[in-house]
Design a protein. Sequence first.
Length: 495
Amino acid sequence: MADPKGFMTTPRQEWPRRPVEERVRDWHEVYVPGALLPIVSKQADRCMDCGIPFCHHACPLGNLIPEWNDLVSREDWRAASDRLHATNNFPEFTGRLCPAPCEAGCVLAINQPAVTIKNVECAIADRAWEEGFTSPRPPERLSGRTVAVIGSGPTGLAAAQQLTRAGHTVAVYERDDRLGGLMRYGIPAFKMEKHHLERRLEQMRAEGTKFRPSTAVGQDIGAAELRSRYDAVVVATGATAWRELPVPGRELAGVHQAMEYLPQANRVCEGDLEVSPLSAAGKHVVIVGGGDTGADCLGTAVREGAASVTQLDIYAQPGTERDEDAEPWPTYPKLYRLSAAHEEARDLGTAPAADADARLFAASTLRFGGDAEGRVRRLHLVEVDAGRRPVPGSERTLPADLVLLALGFSGPDRSDGLVDQLGLELEPRGTLARDAGFATNVPGVFAAGDAARGQSLIVWAIAEGRAVAAAVDRYLTGRSRLPAPISPYDRPMTV
Ligand SMILES: Cc1cc2nc3c(=O)[nH]c(=O)nc-3n(C[C@H](O)[C@H](O)[C@H](O)COP(=O)(O)OP(=O)(O)OC[C@H]3O[C@@H](n4cnc5c(N)ncnc54)[C@H](O)[C@@H]3O)c2cc1C
Ligand code: SF4
């Protein structure tokens, strides 16, 4: 703690975003390039170096936050990078994408704005790349053991990097043509540009991890065959089986799942397509679902030039202040949050039917109406009370040429046959079953990430990847010095 009075003398200041009018005309990240570094050391100075740092406990990775806050306030970037990478393989991903449960748990947040922990993390990660602190760390000797990791999302990548560095020969199988899971096809470039991903993949290749893209296990290679070829297998296939909205008119053309829509926009940014086949350009867009996936659809539709965009949330509008009785500190509270996409929608007035930003709260979809060609043209909705009962007389209609369903995910997609070919047991809610050591019912096969935990966050996925790597290492060698930040039963800090 370089300045013991920093939290009293310095107000919280976040990485500024680019002007809305400018940023919606491109796909680059929303933040002002270079504007974080001049403010971040002063912000790190606000850290009180708490005796019991709740920030650290609120983070599933157990990030050593007070330590690197102190190092950043002293501008010792190399040591800060070492301490950050000691617990997180990919801090440039979480520094951009994490909703920061650490900040909700920050002791300062009891009666003041929290330390800008996420910004500090991002600044360290970016500086580490600029200064060359991230050179590849290939193992000194090989163990002679082989591991197949199925899925190249944050779980699979973290597991693969840990196991490669421990000396095992690791191949990552990915059914998509490019690597990265939802960070590649799903999360828009304006939240994280893909060169961050490429740089890490390059580092991993240089350390010895092998990648096998465009290879769906269960289809392009039999799952049982893969099991027989490797000493251990990690299933990190994500939870991409989407939830449906079984209302009249669902079959109309123009009603799509968010994850049918978002990857097409990613492909435009990658240069694969000139225009997305599902582009929102000139269309009235309604997004059904109030979560982050819906917000990603919103930002994407705005950039594609939609005529209007409205987002429906079935829940009532949350308050702007933490309810101390219902969700006391240090839990992560449900609050009215203005994401970059909502800020854009508010400033541009994309949703004439909504009050402030693009959101209509407490809104439930009744049915879709179409035209003679079978294309969607309207969405009928009704206001609901806290028990989701329709409020009489509140029915209304929105124009809709493109409807995007962002209702969450129920578990792993089983269409490739991987689960059945291996004979993996499932939990009643559809996720992969595993024991306290991440092991499935099939010897030598481990399960991690969203596929086993259910739909979650990147920070949890990286923690799962690190923890499953420790379990696999122990299975292969009888012991492990790899860190295991979480158990399969750990859950976010909630009431
Ligand atoms: C649109 C969207 C936006 C999100 N935004 C955020 C955010 O801003 N911040 C945040 O923290 N979290 C966010 N999340 C959640 C986060 O992306 C996930 O929790 C995380 O990616 C899960 O990581 P994973 O590695 O377990 O799975 P995934 O990232 O889903 O990766 C699984 C990979 O396995 C591959 N695969 C599946 N089956 C096979 C097979 N049979 N053979 C080979 N490969 C296979 C898939 O193609 C995929 O690449 C978002 C999710 C979505 C859908
Ligand atoms: S809880 Fe907040 S103030 Fe305390 S150590 Fe963590 S970041 Fe610093």
